[in-house]
Write a protein that binds this ligand. Structure first.
Ligand code: ZN
Length: 298
């Protein structure tokens, strides 16, 4: 049998070989936990695609925590957030149990990353800390009591307290996503405008909108039954020492196949985890303002 010393030498040599091969070693990969299990969307179909999008970048290894079904006992569902660099939510359903909520708040407050994807911002209208993290949300009875709308006037972001519902969208269609903060690491180097594949353009979201920076917007045309306003599409937030990337995109497989969605999800997840973006390459087939561009991640 080999001595522990010999084993450790062998392990070091293997680790050096892995590192020198140019790939990202397991130690350098960011650990992601994706949460799903309830959603008014087809999470069984979209979660594996979200995981593939992240893992294909080589930067992440992703675990998955699937909750009990709607109406079932949630008290034993309590993943250990502390093992992860960033949590990605594809969850829209029953309120998490108190212990899990407390652990999640502690995790983000103390510097953990969080990524909120599409209908995850419909979740938990009754949970104040969650709404502070995501900044804006929709549906679930959200109204002026949830916070202001985010509006854009003369190129400036303003908070609008006009009473009204929180959350709606028009017909699914392709729409132009435009950088609002082109220098943010998540947006840097990407075309200023790119045509997103057919998706829901969330509009009239409401929430506390504190420590919120909008990094990309889209115009919600009343011709497609939208709000007639420029709407926040990609956002970053701070909560305690934690960072949040919030993408309103990603209704279904068509939306997830957009190379713009994939690139911003990868970069946004890395940013939430580390405050930096090393995934700087812009794919050659990145969409432009006139033409959307897709790649299957099944
Ligand atoms: Zn949707």
């Amino acid at each position: 049998m080999f001595s522990p010393f010999f084993k450790s030498i062998c392990f070091s040599m293997i680790a050096m070989l892995v590192l020198s091969s140019g790939g990202v070693s397991a130690q350098d990969q960011l650990k992601v936990l994706l949460i799903d299990g309830q959603n008014n969307h087809n999470w069984k179909q979209t979660s594996p695609i979200l995981i593939n999008i992240l893992e294909k970048s080589g930067r992440f290894s992703v675990d998955r925590a699937t909750s009990p079904g709607k109406g079932k006992d949630m008290t034993r569902f309590s993943p250990d957030f502390s093992k992860y660099d960033v949590i990605v939510s594809n969850y829209n359903g029953d309120l998490w149990a108190e212990k899990m909520r407390k652990n999640f708040v502690t995790y983000v407050k103390s510097g953990g990353g969080f990524v909120c994807v599409h209908a995850a911002n419909n979740s938990f209208p009754q949970w104040p800390e969650y709404n502070q993290m995501i900044g804006l949300g929709g549906w679930g009875g959200r109204s002026e009591k949830s916070g202001p709308y985010v509006r854009f006037r003369k190129g400036e972001m303003v908070l609008d307290k006009t009473p009204g519902r929180g959350g709606s969208h028009g017909a699914r269609h392709e729409f132009v996503v435009e950088s609002f903060d082109a220098d943010h690491p998540i947006m840097k180097g990407l075309p200023k405008k790119w045509l997103h594949t057919a998706d829901e353009l969330y509009d009239r979201l409401r929430g506390p909108a504190r420590n919120l920076n909008v990094i990309a917007t889209a115009y919600s045309d009343s011709k497609t039954r939208g709000s007639g306003e420029v709407e926040p599409i990609l956002m970053v937030l701070e909560y305690g020492k934690g960072r949040i990337f919030h993408t309103t995109l990603g209704h279904d497989v068509t939306a997830l196949d957009c190379i713009g969605f994939q690139t911003t999800l990868q970069r946004g997840t890395e940013w939430a985890a580390t405050e930096k973006v090393t995934l700087n390459d812009v794919p050659a087939n990145f969409p432009d303002a006139a033409k959307s561009s897709s790649r299957s991640s099944k």
